[in-house]
Design a protein around this ligand. Structure first.
Ligand code: PDD
Length: 281
C-alpha cells in the first residue's frame, strides 16, 4: 500500500504534502466516505457516491469532478495497488487551503485524497458480539452529513475502551440514536427497530442494506427511535457499518441480553449479508 489519489493524480504516499492552511486541518471543513472492498471489488459504490454528493451539497462544496470520473479513479487506485483482498477505501474532500478566516475563501481549490487499506472482516466480533455502554449524544444536529468533525465520536469511543467495553450507544434525552461509527438496530418481539434516517444519525449504507435484507426475509422493520428502557429489554441488539458489518451487541451497561450470544434474527441477517458479499465475485 503505497499510493495516494490526490485530486486526479496517483502519487506516492511519501510525496503527499498538504498545506497547514488546509481548511480540513484548520476547521474540519470537509466531508469523507469509507467504502468497503471485498476481494478487490467495491461494495455498494453508487450508494456511497450519492451520500458523498449529498454531504458535499449540504456543506456547499463543489465536487472536484463528476462521479463517473471518481469511480474510475477509485477503481484505478485499487488496481494499481494490487488490492485483491478485503479492505477499505477512505476518501475525503476539504475546502482546500486559504488564509485562516471562517468565511468561505474566494479562491480555494478543494482537496481530494483517497487511499486503500487492507482490512480483515471482523470475524471474531461478528461471532461473539461486543459489549457497549450508553452515553449522551453530545453531537451537533446535522449528524446526517459525513463531515470530518468527529471529536465527540472519538472521545466517546475512547471512553468506551477505557471502561473495558468496545463501543458506545448514544442517546438523546433517552432516545437511542446510533453508535460512535455505526448505526444501531434493536429487535423486540420479532420486529427490527432502527432510528429514522433524519438529521440525528448518519444514513449508513450498511443500515440501508440491512433494511433491504430484512424486507427480503420478511422481518418487520420500523424506522423509529427506541428508548433506553426498550434497548435494555430488547431481545437482540446489533450495530451496522462498513467496517463492523453486522456486529451483535451482547452486553449493554454491564447487563447481558438473553444468553449473552448473538440472537437468531441477527444471525439470519448476517447470513443474508454474507450472500450479498458472495454475489459480488
Ligand atoms: N463510519 N454512524 C456513524 C456515526 C458513522 O461514522 C458510520 C460510518 C455509520 C455507518 O455508516 P456506513 O454503514 O455507511 O459505514 C453510522 C465509518 C465507517 C467511519 O467513520 O469509519
Amino acid at each position: 500500500m503505497k499510493l495516494l489519489l490526490r485530486n486526479d493524480e496517483l502519487i506516492d504516499r511519501s510525496e503527499a504534502a498538504i498545506s497547514y492552511l488546509d481548511r480540513g486541518y484548520m476547521f474540519g471543513d470537509g466531508v469523507y466516505e469509507m467504502i468497503r472492498v471485498y476481494g478487490g471489488v467495491l461494495f455498494e459504490p453508487e450508494a456511497h457516491y450519492r451520500r458523498l454528493e449529498r454531504s458535499l451539497r449540504e456543506v456547499r462544496l463543489e465536487p472536484p469532478y463528476p462521479t463517473e470520473q471518481l469511480d474510475a479513479q477509485l477503481k484505478r487506485l485499487i488496481r494499481e495497488e494490487g488490492l485483491n483482498k478485503d479492505g477499505t477505501i477512505y476518501m475525503q474532500i476539504t475546502r482546500g487551503a486559504a488564509p485562516r478566516n471562517h468565511a468561505f475563501p474566494a479562491k480555494a481549490q478543494p482537496e481530494l485524497i483517497a487511499y486503500v487499506s487492507e482490512l480483515e472482516r471482523p470475524y471474531e466480533s461478528m461471532k461473539q458480539g461486543i459489549a457497549v455502554h450508553t452515553c449522551p449524544d453530545i453531537r451537533w444536529l446535522r449528524c446526517d452529513i459525513k463531515t470530518l468533525n468527529l471529536l465527540p465520536n472519538v472521545l466517546a469511543k475512547q471512553e468506551a475502551l477505557d471502561m473495558g467495553v468496545q463501543d458506545v450507544i448514544f442517546h438523546r434525552e433517552g432516545m437511542v440514536t446510533e453508535s460512535s461509527s455505526s448505526n444501531v438496530f434493536v429487535v423486540r418481539d420479532g420486529t427490527l427497530y432502527t432510528h429514522q434516517a433524519n438529521n440525528l444519525i448518519l444514513h449508513g449504507i450498511t443500515r440501508m442494506v440491512v433494511l433491504q435484507l430484512a424486507r427480503e426475509l420478511n422481518i418487520p422493520c420500523v424506522e423509529e427511535a427506541v428508548n433506553l428502557e426498550h434497548l435494555r429489554e430488547a431481545d437482540e441488539v446489533f450495530i451496522s457499518s462498513t467496517s463492523a458489518e453486522i456486529t451483535p451487541v451482547v452486553r449493554v451497561d454491564g447487563a447481558a441480553f438473553g444468553r449473552g450470544v448473538p440472537g437468531p434474527i441477527t444471525r439470519r441477517l448476517q447470513e443474508a449479508f454474507q450472500r450479498r458479499i458472495d454475489a459480488l465475485q
